[in-house]
Write a protein that binds this ligand. Structure first.
Ligand code: V55
Ligand code: FE
Length: 492
C-alpha cells in the first residue's frame, strides 16, 4: 500500500502519475509538420513508492521514460517506468527499500551495498540515442538500455566491459564533425571518490579512448562542454564526503567557501595534462556551448552566483537565497597561453534571467554558433494566478531564442495557464543553416490539468505555435528530453 501524504511537495502538477500510458493518434490543435518524423523522447522521475525521508530531493524519484512518436503528421504517446534493479526490488517488496538520494548507507539492510552505489540508480535524467541504441542516463549509475519501439527496459550497459567508471554522466556530447561521443563518469571509483574517467566512443558505439584525472574537490559534475580541441569540466560548491554519507546525510551540501574550478582537458590526452582554472563561488550545473579559438577556450553557460537548488542545504545552515540562484547566460574566456589560473567572466544577456535548461542547435555543438534556447518567466504576460496552485512562483511562461551576438530575444508565450518544461531544437534537415527548424517542449496546462507538446517555428517564436499535441492527462514531469530522427533508432 502506498502512502503519499508523507510528501507535501508532490501535489498538484508535481504529484506522481503512477500509471504507464499509450495514446494512439493524439488530439492536435493546429497542424503537425509532416517533415517531423521520429520522436521527442523525455526522461524524468515518478515515485513508484514515496521516499522514506521528508527532506529527500526530487532527483531520487524512479526513472520514467516517455515519447511523442511522430509519423507523417500524426503523433502517438507512450510512457513507461524504467524498470531498474531498484524499481523491481521495491515492487517485489511493496515498499521503498532505498533511502536518501545517492546515500546507500540509508538503504534497507536487504539491499544496502555501499561498495556498488551504481546498482541503486533510478536512471531518471536524460535519454540518449547513440549508435542505433536508446538509453536512459543518471550520473550515479550505468546507462539502462531501452527498447525504442516498446520503451521496455533491457538492462544496464557497460560497453563490452570497456567502461571502467562505476558511473556514467547524464550529459554526453556528440561531436557533429567526427560523429564521436564524449562521455565521462565522476565518483568513478566509488562513493565520494575524486576520480573522473573520460571516454571517447566511435560512431559504432565502441570505446576507443580513455582519460583519467582527479578533481580539486569532489563535486557534482553534472554537465561538461566540448570544443573541437578540449573538454571542459566545471567543479563547484556542491560537496560531499564519506563521513557525511556514513552519518546518513544527503549526498550534496552547498559550501559557499569553495571556488569554482574549471578543468580543461585536451581531447586525446590521457588526463595528465588537464589544466585547472579557478574563480569565485558560482553554480554551473548545465553548459550551453564552447569553442577553442587559437589559445583561447570560450564557454557560454547559464550560471548562478550560488546554490541553484532550494532542496540542497547549505553547509553553514544559511537559508537558500533565490536571488543568487538566478541564472544569467555568461561567457567565460580562458587563455591557455597565460601563466596564472584566472579567467574572464562576462554576463552576455544581462536583462533576462533564465532556467538553466538551455539548448542549442546540436549541429553546431563545439563550433561557432549564435543561438541558445531556454525557458524563462516574463512577469508582464497575463497569468491565471487563481489556478496556478503549487506552480505559482515557478511558472516558466516563455521560450526564448537568445541571440548571443546581438543580445536580442525572440519570445514564445505559452498562455496564461501554462508552464513550460525544457525546450529542444529540432533541425528541419540533417544539414542547414543554424536555427532553421522547430522548437518543441512540453507545457503543463494547469487550468485543464493536462500536458501539451508545443511545436513552434524556431525562427518565428513570437508568432506562436504551429501545433499543440494534447494529452488528456498530466504527463510525468521531465528532466531532459531529446529529439530522435526516424533513422537514428529501430522504432519499428
Ligand atoms: C541534476 C538532476 C539529477 C541529478 C543530478 O539537474 C543533477 C541536475 C534528475 O537528477 O541526479
Ligand atoms: Fe541535466
Amino acid at each position: 500500500m502506498v502512502d503519499f501524504t508523507k510528501q507535501p511537495a508532490d501535489k498538484g502538477f508535481f504529484a506522481p502519475i503512477r500509471f504507464e500510458a499509450d495514446v494512439y493518434d493524439c488530439e492536435v490543435i493546429g497542424k503537425v509538420p509532416t517533415d517531423m518524423n521520429g520522436a521527442f523522447v523525455r526522461l524524468g522521475g515518478d515515485w513508484l513508492y514515496p521516499s522514506n525521508f521528508k527532506d529527500d530531493v526530487p532527483f531520487n524519484s524512479d526513472g520514467y521514460i516517455s515519447m511523442f512518436r511522430f509519423k507523417n503528421g500524426t503523433v502517438d504517446f507512450k510512457g513507461r517506468w524504467v524498470k531498474t534493479e531498484r524499481y523491481q526490488k521495491d515492487l517485489a517488496a511493496n515498499r521503498q527499500l532505498y533511502g536518501y538520494y545517492r546515500n546507500p548507507f540509508t538503504d534497507d539492510p536487504s539491499v544496502r551495498d555501499p561498495e556498488h552505489p551504481n546498482r541503486r540508480t533510478v536512471s531518471n535524467t536524460t535519454p540518449l540515442a547513440f549508435a542505433g541504441k536508446l538509453y536512459t542516463l543518471k550520473e550515479d549509475g550505468l546507462p539502462y538500455q531501452i527498447n525504442p519501439k516498446t520503451l521496455d527496459t533491457i538492462g544496464t550497459h557497460n560497453f563490452d566491459g570497456k567502461w571502467h567508471s562505476q558511473t556514467f554522466t547524464a550529459h554526453t556530447k556528440l561531436d557533429p564533425v567526427s560523429g564521436e561521443l564524449i562521455a565521462f563518469g565522476y565518483e568513478a571509483t566509488g562513493l565520494a571518490s575524486d576520480d573522473v574517467f573520460v571516454y571517447t566512443l566511435d560512431k559504432a558505439g565502441q570505446v576507443v579512448h580513455e582519460a583519467r584525472f582527479k578533481v580539486p574537490y569532489v563535486s557534482m559534475i553534472h554537465d561538461v562542454a566540448l570544443t573541437q580541441k578540449h573538454v571542459i569540466f566545471p567543479v563547484f560548491g556542491y560537496v560531499t564526503s564519506m563521513e557525511r554519507l556514513k552519518a546518513g546525510k544527503e549526498h550534496w551540501v552547498w559550501d559557499s567557501s569553495k571556488p569554482m574550478y574549471i578543468g580543461i582537458l585536451p581531447r586525446g590526452s590521457d588526463g595528465k595534462d588537464i589544466r585547472w582554472f579557478k574563480g569565485p563561488e558560482r553554480c554551473m550545473v548545465h553548459t550551453c556551448n564552447a569553442r577553442t579559438e587559437g589559445n583561447r577556450v570560450i564557454l557560454e553557460a547559464p550560471i548562478a552566483d550560488s546554490n541553484q537548488f532550494p532542496f540542497f542545504a547549505s553547509i553553514d545552515g544559511s537559508p537558500w537565497n533565490p536571488q543568487k540562484a538566478r541564472h544569467y547566460i555568461r561567457r567565460l574566456t580562458f587563455d591557455l597561453s597565460s601563466k596564472d589560473d584566472s579567467y574572464k567572466e562576462e554576463i552576455i544577456i544581462p536583462n533576462q534571467s533564465i532556467t538553466d535548461l538551455i539548448r542549442i542547435d546540436q549541429r553546431y555543438l563545439s563550433l561557432p554558433y549564435q543561438y541558445a534556447y531556454a525557458g524563462y518567466n516574463d512577469p508582464n504576460r497575463p497569468f491565471d494566478e487563481a489556478r496556478a496552485g503549487n506552480l505559482k512562483g515557478r511558472v516558466q511562461n516563455c521560450y526564448g531564442r537568445f541571440d548571443l551576438r546581438s543580445g536580442k530575444i525572440d519570445a514564445y508565450f505559452a498562455g496564461d495557464s501554462h508552464s513550460l518544461q525544457e525546450p529542444y531544437f529540432v533541425p528541419r534537415a540533417k544539414k542547414g543553416a543554424e536555427g532553421d527548424g522547430y522548437l518543441v517542449g512540453v507545457a503543463s496546462n494547469f487550468a485543464e490539468m493536462r500536458s501539451e507538446l508545443i511545436i513552434a517555428d524556431a525562427q518565428h517564436l513570437e508568432a506562436g505555435d504551429i501545433a499543440r499535441v494534447i494529452l488528456p492527462f498530466r504527463a510525468s514531469s521531465q528532466v531532459h528530453g531529446i529529439w530522435v530522427d526516424e533513422d537514428q533508432l529501430p522504432f519499428a
